[in-house]
Design a protein around this ligand. Structure first.
Ligand code: ADP
Ligand code: CIR
Length: 356
């Protein structure tokens, strides 16, 4: 049974959401009284409850989504809440839809988004993976974090050629070095309140860290939001090179580790926005004319299925005039389609900027 204390927290959180007139999260929109009543007494085999799913969004009323999956099974036990949220975020992926088989396509057919270097500052493509045999953050023990780190670090240390690099654990990392890696956009930030409220930052910094290749164009995050994030980035707009390097890293790690994949939802991640391909292909870009009206930029971006973030990532602002623009949906299309969607969207935005 779900403990009385958990139920009380759920009731209080539900009332708080209902009372928050300016809360625009998908959680608030889709957690109806009916669904709340249906799900509040349910548990996964790991013992995760609805509270584990929704507490980040109940605490952070400014969430865009507000939900996480404490373990893989949560996506089915709490499907009546996840499904409508997934459908809205991923542009109409329905409860009856099935994510397609992976198709990474031909990286060589992608382009340089900005060959004259007029708008794009840098390009980055990342994907996330969860490892078989491990639960997601809120259900992980300190030992699990360490074991996962050892496993992934071991795999990465065998990488050669372009991928060859060094693993930097967060434990013992000098604060100045850590901040420098964050400022240069390699390392994840610390103290994300959305993750903290989801119980995803326990035992921090244990088991967390970053692998960086020698030329600083490829990284792997360990034990941040997802078990691993595989990242390729470089200055300029060469999407072809960036994507092809990410695929190289992904292929290498796929040969060494086993990942969680669901037949319906594709690769499983902690946050429902990352399911499926898990791919976010982004540029840091300056579009001064278009961005003179931020609401207009958001509207045009949404039209091309793109998402706008601030310069230092999610939930940040862009006082510098630099925006992070990426594909929004990751589920219900192939990896290659996600890349093409991003490429087309960015090319359109640049075209509009030039016409203004
Ligand atoms: P994620 O992409 O992993 O979901 P964030 O939005 O938090 O997470 O971004 C992580 C880091 O990646 C931040 O430092 C952000 O500025 C950086 N970043 C994202 N896109 C680019 C890009 N095109 N070029 C350089 N850095 C980028
Ligand atoms: C939120 O709900 O705002 C955070 N939990 C992050 C959600 C995923 N990010 C996104 O779509 N921008």
């Amino acid at each position: 049974d779900v403990p009385k204390e958990t139920l009380e927290k759920l009731e209080a959180g539900f009332a708080k959401l209902q009372g928050a007139a300016d809360c625009k999260s998908l959680l608030k929109k889709h957690l109806t009284k009916e669904i709340f009543e249906e799900l509040k007494g349910k548990k996964t085999q790991m013992g995760a409850t609805l509270l584990d799913v929704v507490q980040s969004g109940m605490e952070n009323l400014d969430s865009g989504v507000g939900m996480y999956a404490p373990d893989a099974e949560a996506y089915t036990v709490f499907e009546n809440l996840f499904n409508p949220v997934i459908e809205e975020y991923h542009f109409g992926f329905k409860a009856t839809d099935k994510h397609p088989a992976s198709d990474f396509g031909n990286a060589e057919s992608l382009c340089n988004l900005d060959p004259n270097s007029e708008f794009v500052i840098s390009t980055r493509v990342r994907c996330g993976r969860s490892l078989k045999g491990f639960q997601f953050n809120p259900c992980m023990t300190e030992e699990n974090y360490k074991d996962l780190e050892t496993k992934v670090k071991g795999a990465l240390e065998g990488a050669s050629g372009e991928l060859k690099g060094i693993y930097y654990p967060l434990v013992g990392m000098d604060k100045t070095k850590q901040q420098k890696l964050i400022d240069l956009h390699y390392l994840f930030k610390e103290g994300d309140r959305f993750l903290q409220a989801a119980n995803a930052s326990r035992f921090w910094p244990t088991g967390r860290g970053i692998f960086i290749n020698l030329t600083k164009t490829f990284c792997t995050w360990i034990n941040e939001e997802d078990h691993i994030r595989i990242i390729s980035l470089q200055e300029g707009g060469n999407l072809k090179t960036v994507y092809s390097r990410m695929l190289k890293g992904l292929n290498y790690l796929s040969g060494k580790l086993e990942f969680n994949r669901s037949d319906r939802l594709g690769f499983l991640t902690f946050c429902p926005t990352n399911l499926g391909t898990t791919i976010r292909a982004s540029v840091h870009i300056m579009l001064p004319k278009l961005a003179a009206n931020k609401a207009k930029l958001d509207e045009v971006a949404e039209k091309y299925k793109m998402q706008v973030r601030g310069e230092t990532g999610e939930h940040s602002d862009s006082s510098s005039g630099i925006f992070d623009i990426s594909n929004k949906r990751r589920l219900g299309l192939t990896e290659f389609q996600a890349l093409k969607e991003m490429q087309e969207g960015i090319l359109e935005l640049i075209k509009i900027e030039k016409s203004l």
